[in-house]
Ligand binder design. Structure first.
Ligand SMILES: Nc1ncnc2c1ncn2[C@@H]1O[C@H](COP(=O)(O)OP(=O)(O)O)[C@@H](O)[C@H]1O
Ligand SMILES: [Mg+2]
Length: 264
């Protein structure tokens, strides 16, 4: 299946991506790459297309134009004899299995315990033995600071705790790519730091590639190798965090950052 895999290929590549909702074009001619192990943060105003980019990587949104490659392999469409043709469902599923996503609203399965939430996909998608999945789940719960919550139901947990379970659930799949979409935006301010600390630890202790959407600028500055500023579905600036946050070259970036930092 992965005979075309290129170890040196970017772990994510968008090539001339276009995204339309009905007749509204949200992303146009969007091309960028994320290297293996790189942590890239997308910033930009509401409606600029940040969530849409993550959802396209996760194949939760339909790709209406262009190509996305994961580790050099086409995710949704490929070019064959000059034509844009869909890849097999099997290939798509195999590639998305390597990607984890954490959402603003946690999206835990409400009818399952914390443990069941975490072991579900490793068992049913990866085929991991149940006792190994359980052992790993307990390790992950320890790692996110919730060692005694395995048998709780999500509704019995605070938002910050639910989000840490959601992170554990994503990590349980041992993803190559972790997508984080404003994972602290729905949380009470006093628990944001706990969730960000878990993610800082993941960044410090693993080489998982991260594509992050956040308004937490100090977090973005600390964990990102690169920050991409999005406006109107276009990347208007892409640079290391030091440059973006202290000396952005684009006036739109300056305006956006001063508005966000004023609100913080
Ligand atoms: N399911 C949808 N149907 C129609 N328009 C959508 C849908 N999802 C997003 N959009 C539009 O796409 C644009 C980008 O949205 P989004 O990616 O959510 O932006 P961001 O995450 O940067 O706030 C917005 O104009 C939004 O209204
Ligand atoms: Mg969004």
């Amino acid at each position: 299946m992965h005979t075309d895999a290129q170890p040196t290929a970017p772990v994510i590549e968008f090539r001339d991506v276009e995204k339309q909702f009905d007749d509204k074009t949200v992303l146009k001619d969007l091309s960028f790459t994320v290297e293996r192990g790189e942590r890239v943060t997308l910033i930009g105003p509401s409606g600029s297309g940040k969530t849409t980019i993550l959802r396209l990587v996760m194949t939760l949104a339909e790709l209406t134009g262009g190509y996305i490659f994961i580790g050099g392999e086409p995710l949704v469409y490929e070019q064959r004899n000059g034509k844009r043709v869909p890849v097999s469902k099997r290939q798509q599923k195999q590639l998305t299995t390597r990607i984890g996503m954490v959402f603003q609203q946690f999206n835990l399965f409400p009818n399952m315990t914390v443990l069941e939430n975490i072991i579900e996909a490793p068992i049913h998608v990866l085929g991991i033995a149940k006792r190994d999945a359980i052992e790993r789940a307990h390790q992950l719960l320890e790692q996110v600071g919730l060692p005694d919550k395995a048998d709780s139901h999500p509704t019995a947990l605070s938002g910050g705790q639910q989000q840490r379970v959601a992170i554990a659930r994503a990590l349980a799949m041992d993803p190559e790519i972790l997508l984080l979409d404003e994972v602290t935006s729905a949380l009470d301010p006093e628990v944001v730091v706990d969730v960000l600390q878990v993610l800082r630890d993941v960044a410090a202790t693993t080489d998982v590639t991260m594509l992050i959407v956040t308004h937490e600028m100090s977090f973005a500055r600390d964990v990102s190798h690169r920050v991409m500023m999005l406006d109107g579905g276009k990347i208007i600036e892409s640079a290391d965090p030091e440059t973006i946050f202290t000396n952005p070259s684009h006036e739109r970036t300056q305006q956006f950052l001063s508005a966000v930092l004023r609100d913080a």
